[in-house]
Design a protein around this ligand. Structure first.
Ligand code: PEP
Length: 255
């Protein structure tokens, strides 16, 4: 059975003290309440908090993610953070290719591919984000565009390495807008992406890859989205900043 994920992306939110409270609340709720044992909860917190927050997590049900990394191992890259730094701070997952980084920091598919390689070489798990704009969807090129993002950033990997990647499909028009893709739209794209993976790596490998949906996931729509056969969880922005909502999302998987 594919692993399921409830992954939070705090983005550039919360002070250190606020973050400590939020993290402790989520950890305690996830430990105390019934979360499907096949669900991995992941919290993508700001860089400066990673090291100390990793010491607050006392359950394997919750793991820490960084929201970015640099592909180089070390060197003169002022302000950047390498995979080995993240690893030494207790990080297990790294979110890469988020549309905000692609848009505001001009990150290309090729640069994201280098990050994928660095993360895998460091033994961490990439959460690879992809997704189309509204105009691409309206033009009917969304399936080709998102499949192309996978081709450009992942298809150089061996099958064994591909199996270590988590994919997050995040239609840009649904991120932070309160407009969620319908469960049918999410399922349709996830199936297209799984078929695209199968065309290169075979069905057996494609069936092993977790594909998360992201874009205005909340406690009210998670159950419907996560009940779709190719939707293996969510990458959650806004709702991950509220411990009750995020824990409820973590509990929204079919038994
Ligand atoms: C995100 O930033 O990855 C995201 C999906 O945000 P939101 O849940 O707020 O739409």
């Amino acid at each position: 059975m594919r692993k399921k994920y409830a992954a939070g992306n705090w983005k550039m939110n919360k002070t250190f003290e606020e973050g400590q409270i939020l993290l402790s609340e989520v950890v305690n709720m996830v430990k105390d309440e019934v979360v499907n044992p096949n669900v991995q909860v992941v919290l993508g917190v700001p860089f400066p908090y990673l090291s100390s927050f990793s010491k607050l997590i006392d359950t394997p049900k919750v793991a820490l993610a960084a929201q970015n990394c640099h592909p180089k191992e070390s060197g003169a890259y002022t302000g950047e953070v390498s995979v080995s730094m993240l690893k030494s701070a207790g990080v297990k997952y790294v979110i890469i290719g988020h549309s905000e980084r692609r848009e505001y920091f001009n990150e290309s598919d090729e640069f994201v591919a280098q990050k994928v390689d660095a993360i895998l070489a460091g033994g961490l798990t990439p959460i690879f984000c992809c997704g189309e704009t509204l105009s691409q969807r309206e033009a009917g090129i969304h399936f080709d565009f998102v499949s192309g993002q996978l081709t450009n950033s992942l298809f150089h990997l061996s099958a064994d390495d591909l199996k270590k990647v988590v994919i997050a499909y995040e239609p840009i028009w649904a991120i932070g807008t309160g407009v969620t893709a319908s469960s049918a739209q999410a399922q349709e794209m996830h199936k297209v992406l799984r078929d695209h993976l199968a065309s290169k790596y075979g069905q057996e490998v494609a069936e092993e890859i977790s594909i998360l949906y992201g874009g205005s996931v909340g406690a009210g729509n998670a159950q419907e989205l996560f009940s779709q056969p190719d939707v293996d969880g969510g990458l959650v922005g806004g709702a991950s900043l509220k411990s009750r909502d995020f824990t409820d999302i973590s509990k929204s998987f079919p038994a």
